[in-house]
Design a protein around this ligand. Structure first.
Ligand code: AMP
Length: 550
């Protein structure tokens, strides 16, 4: 559909600027707090669209960002898609060769990069074999350009300066690609997910109401979940649609920054992965902070522990909403709301529902497929969760191989193994995908084990995710050394070897020597055996194992 009735992002921007012109958009920067309003924001977004026209970026080009959560990044969230282009947010925490592949695969025409991430892009574009050749312009998100090899390069403020503050936004076909994110697959390269204007519109409308994330005009919303991770769960668009106040925590916020912003800006609603909220609790144990404005936290991306939900509720009077989603589902697809009547249940019984991944959002459908077909909702039998709906993708970008295996008749096969209770609450019990999620970001176990097996002294290796209190999961490598190789030096060797190609947070917390890797009847590595055996394996992840460093 094209024209006045098309489901596109533009009306959200228009409405916020017209109905809530003085509502604030606030951002933490290294220099302090920056404030603007929807009225001023709309003008800057228009300037951005003109600047993109001016530099010769095509309407249907893909435009990349390598940025943290801040207002300039938020300007690209409307400026890029409303002019008809596709906003491609890149995760700067990925290994260099992943970033290279992603830029090449997406053929990005222009790349916005934060000053603190310039080095990351430089390092990814070094010896890139032409991966960055499509990028015609780099724009550093600030007022000046640091010393850099990126070329041609300009700073964001010069890029916008002097451009008209109104823009004749085009009437777009709602099928126009508007966004793009890559997600890590079990094997092979990251997979691109494209979001059309209609998908982003539908996701926005899906998360606004109470059955979604319940975002109201009176809210002050701080997305801690990165804007490069599934568009900060769609919050920047939904918060605008609601006319609420935005608070962006800026580059690598630590718990003190988060507590400070809640207190100073009167944040009512915030969202992020469990690791962030566990970190904030640790901080609050040692420091005073006034969280009285905070009403709700949406926690997702990994399972929220019951103790986390309880502590926020009992000690800070903050409601936790546990939510589930994927890059492929834009991402929010389920939330553990209580049904009418459950509020009066004893806390213990209520928590049983609230720790589940929850109730599917209105607009979506799901089913659970076990070995013998569809599984009943009896809280016992389990199978793979299949989901479909207006904001669920039906294909990966240029990946016919994955499209063949991961979709069927319009359903997305999520790879999450779930059971469903009689009231429809979904609960993840396992993961069919062989990947590790540490602090909300993926580590490919198969890629790591292939990298380790490339070492001359290694006969066999496998990498398994073990539970970790702070990061939810951490990788541990199990290695069979070649005969005659001593353990001690080999362990350090492996770490040094991996360090050449992988960021610190990808490195296994431990290397355990075994005689042989357990195998299934068909000769595949049987990770289940190791996972069970080492579930309590005591590894202390080094501080820098965090996927949150600049
Ligand atoms: P991503 O595409 O990076 O957002 O990752 C999506 C995956 O993260 C899902 O398929 C789940 O395996 C996992 N996930 C997301 N939310 C939750 C949750 N609330 N509890 C447990 N796992 C989750």
């Amino acid at each position: 559909m094209v024209g006045t009735t098309a489901q596109t992002l533009r009306p959200f921007l228009w409405r916020a600027a017209k109905l809530y012109p003085e509502r604030e958009v606030v951002s933490r920067t290294h220099e302090g707090i920056e404030r603007t309003t929807y009225a001023a924001y709309e003008r800057r977004v228009a300037q951005l669209a003109h600047a993109l026209d001016d530099v010769g970026v095509g309407r249907d080009d893909r435009i990349a960002t390598v940025c943290w959560n801040h207002t300039r990044h938020f300007e690209t969230y409307f400026g890029v898609p409303c002019r008809g282009s596709q906003l491609h947010t890149i995760n700067p925490l990925l290994p260099d060769h992943h970033v290279q592949y992603i830029v090449e695969n997406a053929a990005d025409a222009l790349l916005f990069v934060d000053p603190s991430l310039v080095e990351k892009v430089e390092s990814a574009s070094r010896d890139d074999g032409g991966a960055f050749d499509t990028v015609e312009q780099f724009v550093v998100m600030g007022e000046e350009v640091p010393e850099t090899s990126l070329d041609p390069v300009t700073d964001y403020e010069s890029f916008l300066a002097g451009h008209d503050e109104t823009y004749e936004w085009p009437d777009l076909d709602e099928e126009t690609p508007a966004g793009m994110c890559y997600t890590s697959g079990t094997t092979g390269r990251p997979k691109g997910v494209e979001y059309t204007q209609q998908m982003m519109w539908a996701h926005t409308m899906g998360i606004l109401p109470e059955a979604g994330l319940d975002i109201r005009a009176a809210d002050v919303v701080m997305p801690v979940v990165p804007m490069f991770h599934v568009m900060a769960w769609g919050l920047p668009h939904a918060v605008t649609a609601a006319g609420a106040k935005h608070v962006y925590p800026g580059p690598s916020p630590d718990p003190a920054d988060i507590a400070h912003l809640i207190e100073e800006e009167g944040v009512t609603f915030t969202a992020g992965v469990p690791t962030v909220w566990l970190g904030l609790l640790d901080y609050l144990e040692e420091h005073d902070a006034d969280l009285s404005s905070l009403e709700r936290i949406a926690i997702g991306g990994a399972a929220a522990p019951k103790s986390l939900i309880r502590t926020y509720e009992e000690e800070y009077d903050v409601q936790v909403l546990h939510a589930w989603g994927m890059t492929e589902t834009s991402p929010v697809a389920a939330a553990a709301h209580l049904k009418p009547g459950m509020e009066s249940w004893p806390a213990e019984k209520r928590d049983e529902k609230r720790v589940k991944q929850g109730l599917v959002l209105p607009g979506l459908e799901f089913k659970v497929i076990g070995e013998d077909g569809e599984v009943p909702w009896n809280d016992e039998e389990f199978g793979e969760l299949w989901i479909r709906g207006p904001w669920v993708t039906t294909e990966y970008f240029k990946r016919p191989d994955a499209n063949e295996t991961d979709f069927e008749d319009g359903w997305l096969k999520t790879g999450d193994v779930v059971r469903v209770d009689s009231e429809g609450y979904i609960q993840i019990v396992d993961r069919a995908k062989d990947v590790i999620k540490s602090g909300g970001e993926w580590i490919s176990s198969q890629e790591l084990e292939n990298a380790i097996m490339a070492h001359d002294d290694v006969a066999e290796a496998t990498v398994v995710g073990v539970p970790h209190e702070r990061w939810q999961e951490r990788p541990v490598a199990f290695v069979v050394a070649r005969e005659g190789v001593g353990e001690g030096p080999l362990k350090n060797d492996i770490m040094d070897f991996l360090r050449e190609d992988y960021p610190t947070w990808w490195l296994p917390d431990d290397v355990v020597y075994i005689e042989s890797v357990p195998k299934t009847a068909t000769g595949k590595f049987d990770k289940k055996v190791l996972r069970e055996e080492y579930a309590d394996h005591d590894v202390a992840a080094p501080e820098e194992a965090a996927p949150d460093d600049e």
